[in-house]
Ligand binder design. Structure first.
Ligand SMILES: [Zn+2]
Length: 422
């Protein structure tokens, strides 16, 4: 009987299933699936997606048993944001284009509806001496911009300015690349601006039928979600673990931006670390912050840095997690030079564990939520994974295709790092 029980136990033991992912990856998978599900509306500004995600996160923080700093689970702030709650339609040359795949609205697009004659415009048409006649020619039309492809920053800035100027007078079509990446805008132009995927527009097309309706929310309420695991030591310093949970939301009911890698993955990592350190507290006090408004311009982290829940002078380190869903090529550490001791520690941890193919240094970059804190002198690093799928700010950044290749390895690396801090 005893032997039989042992045999059954052995057969059921997870180690016998070599392909079975590590338990922490399974947990993370559930978090990513939930955060990137259609019911979260891309954690943006249509159907209150970001607010649904904030409530779900607060429930997770409660379940894990994270304390509320100053009795507050949320840190509230607000900002204006441009949204597209209704169906967005574009029909060119007799065929309906697929929202999110064949076209996107400019995040700052205004509204337009109707059948428009296509008017081809080059930068020369927008020169000072020709502008007046161009505006006259655009009457009742939609501008199709023929701006030369460029990577030059000044030219890009000039073309953006010209496109915005055209959108003061008429709706605009502009050519995008092979994949379309969306974003968030805090203001709206007077006319619709539509970006087309490379190759979807036939040269012979003369008419575009569009239906674009934006709604500018003048004061959108957003919430950072905060939770604490205290050290057993009195007077321990603070370490902040941060990850933004917001994403881009939806462009109408047909184009959902799930944001699985960006940043359901980092949010899942934050939750897994919170669970780990609630069970085994670190030598430092840990403050976990899920930021809102990152995609709208680091708004949640900027607000938090300006209204810090703990004295920033007591913060020993901030570890920001964004895009943690791959790892086939290892991780990059932003601010590696500025925080050399922490970077060297990560390299040493990985040298022993070999959990990650590479721990790569990168200089400062204001590309995620560590930045507003680093600018105030808080020691801060930002870790993202490299390799694997490269969907970014598009409708393809889905849970189903997110590999979480080195999630477990990164989790162990971060656990070792946080454990070592005192
Ligand atoms: Zn992100």
């Amino acid at each position: 009987m005893k032997n039989l029980a042992t045999a059954v136990l052995l057969l059921c033991h997870p180690l016998l299933f070599a392909q079975r992912p590590a338990p922490v990856t399974e947990t993370a998978r559930r978090y990513v699936d939930t955060l990137a599900a259609p019911g979260m509306h891309g954690r943006g500004y249509v159907n209150g997606g970001d607010s649904l995600a904030a409530d779900w996160l607060a429930a997770q923080y409660d379940r894990i048993g994270l304390e509320k700093p100053g009795e507050q689970r949320f840190q509230r702030f607000s900002f204006p944001v441009n949204t597209f709650p209704d169906s967005v339609k574009v029909r060119i040359g007799g065929s309906d284009l697929r929202p999110g795949l064949d076209f996107i609205t400019d995040p700052a697009s205004g509204s337009d509806e109707g059948r428009f004659r296509i008017v081809h415009l080059t930068p020369e048409d927008l020169s000072a001496e020709r502008k007046a006649s161009t505006w006259a020619a655009l009457e009742g039309g939609i501008a199709l911009l023929h701006f030369p492809a460029t990577k030059n920053r000044d030219s890009t800035a000039l073309f953006t300015k010209l496109a915005e100027e055209v959108a003061q007078h008429a709706p605009v079509l502009r050519q995008g690349g092979a994949t379309l990446t969306w974003s968030v805008a805090l203001e709206a132009l007077p006319h619709a601006v539509i970006e087309l995927r490379e190759g979807v527009m036939a040269d012979s097309a003369t008419v575009a039928v569009i239906e674009v309706k934006n709604v500018l929310l003048p004061k959108h309420d957003a919430r950072n979600v905060l939770g604490v695991v205290r050290s057993k030591k009195r007077k321990a310093p603070w370490v902040l673990v941060t990850a933004h949970y917001d994403h881009l939301g939806q462009m109408g009911p047909d184009a959902l931006f799930p944001g699985a890698n960006d940043n359901a993955s980092g949010t899942a990592m934050l939750l897994c670390l919170a669970e780990r350190f609630k069970a085994h507290p670190a030598k430092v006090n840990l403050l976990f912050i899920s930021f809102a408004g990152e995609e709208a311009g680091l708004l949640g982290s900027s607000f938090c840095a300006a209204h810090p829940p703990v004295d920033l002078k007591q913060v020993k380190l901030l570890v920001n997690l964004d895009l943690n869903g791959t790892g086939d090529d290892g991780i990059t550490v932003v601010n590696a030079v500025e925080q050399k001791a922490v970077f060297d520690k990560l390299v040493a941890i990985n040298k022993r564990s070999k959990d990650l193919p590479q721990v790569k240094p990168r200089g400062p970059a204001c590309n995620s939520d560590h930045c507003p804190f680093a600018q105030l002198g808080v020691p801060a690093i930002f870790i993202y994974t490299m390799g694997g799928v490269s969907f970014y700010h598009d409708v393809q950044d889905r849970a189903e295709t997110l590999p979480l290749t080195k999630f477990d390895g990164l989790y162990r690396t971060l656990t070792t790092l946080l454990q070592s801090l005192k």
